[in-house]
Design a protein around this ligand. Structure first.
Ligand SMILES: [Fe+2]
Length: 291
């Protein structure tokens, strides 16, 4: 089995890891989950994180052919359109993004938003396969964190998005609209049924109590032995109870509202108003009111 070349890029402001995954035989490459820098206080967007990836690709002669999103992120804006504009890469995401678009279109009153996924170039179904050069990629639909999460399995590696975190930290939240802890548990068990030596590459790391450095690579075996949330022996009901209790105490991610409305448009801001400026929408509600 040909193994992929993998380079990780860590974005500390959002604790996100983006990856360049390359096929050494052809120099074809994919970028997974690129981050657009965004300062919410000033409204200023900046491409320096994505440029780091492009610079690396240029230096090492990788030809970026695709941008692969694991899901519509709720904590950072996607730089997929910038990478596409710079390289001609296409943008892919799980086909269930349509459900996510349908959930959030009314929340943001985005009447122009298409909910057929056509803002993206490719929509992946569970089990679908495609190639990065001569590397085979298998798509696994792993819903729970959101309805549309997918993992990309490439050689002995799997890019699992926001399903699992490092074993000492646990799992992703499942309380966003369309998220579900029981579904997340089943998706995680599916990932943990892969061969034990499968390397898992995560989308986030927040360190864990007692750990000083960021880490984003683990294995199926390590998760099954020592994940604080889903080691072998933790059953579905126990997981659901833990996850739901934990989620009830979590606050909204800092960039939640900007991220969702931009990322369900494949990383595009809303069309500019007559004055040429794009705006973000913040639905206002009173404390205690539901969405
Ligand atoms: Fe996420």
């Amino acid at each position: 089995m040909t193994q992929p070349f993998i380079e990780a890029f860590f974005d500390e402001p959002t604790n996100t890891i983006s990856y360049l995954v390359g096929d050494s035989a052809t120099q074809s490459a994919a970028v997974i989950d690129p981050v657009l820098d965004f300062d919410i206080a000033s409204g200023v967007a900046d491409t320096r994180s994505a440029e780091r990836i492009l610079d690396f690709a240029r230096e090492h002669k990788w030809r970026i052919e695709m941008v692969l999103e694991t899901h519509a992120h709720a904590d950072h804006l996607s730089a997929a359109p910038f990478i596409k504009a710079q390289t001609g890469a296409w943008i892919g995401i799980g086909a269930h993004i349509r459900n996510v678009q349908k959930i959030f279109r009314p929340v943001f009153a985005m009447d122009d938003l298409k909910t057929d996924g056509s803002d993206f170039d490719r929509l992946f179904e569970d089990g679908e396969r495609f190639v990065i050069g001569s590397l085979d990629v298998e798509v696994l639909h792993v819903p729970g964190h959101t309805p549309a999460d997918i993992a990309y399995r490439i050689g002995d590696a799997a890019f699992v998005g926001d399903t699992l975190f490092m074993p000492d930290y646990g799992t992703a939240r499942a309380d966003f609209p369309g998220g579900d802890a029981r579904t997340l548990y089943r998706s995680i068990r599916r990932l943990l049924a892969l061969p034990e030596t499968t390397r898992l590459f995560l989308c986030h790391d927040y360190k864990a109590p007692g750990r000083d450095e960021y880490r984003w690579e683990t294995t199926v075996g390590e998760q099954r032995r020592s994940s604080v949330h889903v080691h072998d022996g933790v059953n579905e009901d126990d997981f659901v109870a833990m996850r739901e209790q934990r989620d009830a105490g979590l606050s909204a991610p800092r960039l939640l509202l900007p991220s969702i409305q931009v990322n369900i448009r494949a990383g595009h801001f809303q069309p500019a108003e007559a004055n040429g400026v794009s705006y973000l929408r913040i639905p206002v509600k009173w404390k205690g009111e539901s969405a």
